[in-house]
Design a binder for this molecule. Structure first.
Ligand SMILES: Nc1ncnc2c1ncn2[C@@H]1O[C@H](COP(=O)(O)OP(=O)(O)OP(=O)(O)O)[C@@H](O)[C@H]1O
Length: 304
């Protein structure tokens, strides 16, 4: 028996509202293993951040975030600044669960609970973006704006399809942006770019081949810059990226760094883990091994 206290922060609207149906089963399963969980149901944007900060202050042995990447992002933002962080469990019950996928955390609530019960943790890097935090990906450029353009209701109804529909609509609006990058240990890049991605994990928008070698615990971001191109080239490059064959193409710049400064003379919005994060300029830095996550010992993806 584990004999610990957990704070379960869940978004009742995530995914297809699965948490509303599963909550009694989840609490019972944790309880049988000796984890006594008290609950906080989030009420809207930003609430999970406040709930996570409060849970640390109240001294819980662990925090469990149940929902999608949006909920996880908010929880991370409540935790990151705190000293003596408890470990974090993830129940990936959202429409998009990119980070859980990268960590090999199962989609099924019962298997995901098993990982929390086993109590095996792994340290992960957290990305700092000005005064915000992310664990999966940060990005900018016209294409990256699509993830927060899709209304939440639409996502609940048709799930992943909503992203692709919005993505296709956005393609016709693709335009390059003037950007300057200054990367620690690498150097500077100036020019017109379609988008830039700062990856902490290898799971980006459900595609695991975009930054195939990115690791959550190497103390580094994998940065991918896509230079200016036309729509036909973009479609060709996107197809290559889906197959993981893009990084040798001259339109891409790929490097690893622990700190990246990005500036622009234009108005450029930043996306942090799929949510709107603010506008440039930004400094992105790695907080190495900042947070312990419950996962399986092998680290081999069992997301299903
Ligand atoms: N009670 C609530 N009602 C409506 N929205 C909420 C509520 N609680 C939290 N939210 C918001 O819901 C957003 C989406 O949450 P989450 O990521 O968990 O679900 P999701 O189904 O995966 O959706 P998405 O893919 O859009 O992120 C969060 O950014 C959060 O601010």
């Amino acid at each position: 028996m584990v004999n610990k206290r957990a704070r379960l922060i869940y978004n009742p609207t995530s995914g297809r509202e699965e948490m509303k149906r599963r909550l009694p089963d989840i609490l019972q399963k944790l309880d049988q293993a000796g984890i006594e969980a008290s609950c906080h149901a989030t009420t809207g944007e930003g609430d999970a951040t406040l709930a996570a900060a409060e849970a640390v202050e109240r001294g819980y042995d662990m925090i469990i975030a149940a929902g999608g990447d949006g909920t996880l992002y908010e929880v991370i933002n409540g935790l990151a600044e705190k000293p003596n962080l408890p470990p974090l469990g993830i129940l990936p019950l959202g429409t998009t669960n990119d980070f859980a996928r990268a960590m090999g955390i199962p989609r099924h609530w019962e298997y995901a609970c098993d990982l929390i019960i086993q109590q095996y943790t792994r340290p992960i890097d957290v990305g700092k973006a000005n005064n915000r935090y992310f664990i999966n990906i940060a990005g900018g450029g016209s294409l990256t704006e699509l993830t927060y353009d899709v209304p939440s209701k639409l996502k609940t109804m048709i799930g992943q399809l909503a992203y692709y529909m919005k993505g296709l609509e956005k393609m016709t609006r693709l335009r390059p942006t003037q950007l300057s990058f200054e990367a620690a240990g690498v150097g500077g890049f100036d020019g017109e770019f379609m988008l830039f991605l700062i990856c902490n994990s290898n799971s980006v928008g459900g595609f695991e081949k975009l930054a195939p070698d990115s690791k959550v615990d190497d103390g580094l971001f994998d940065v991918i810059l896509l230079k200016k191109c036309n729509l036909a080239e973009f479609i060709r490059l996107a197809t290559m990226a889906l197959r993981g064959e893009h990084l040798n193409d001259s339109h891409f710049i790929h490097f690893r760094t622990s700190e990246l400064k990005v500036t622009t003379p234009d108005y450029v919005q930043i996306n942090l883990d799929g949510e709107y994060g603010g506008r440039l300029p930004f400094t992105f830095s790695v907080l190495p091994s900042h947070l312990q996550i419950f996962t399986d010992e092998t680290g081999i993806s069992t997301y299903r």
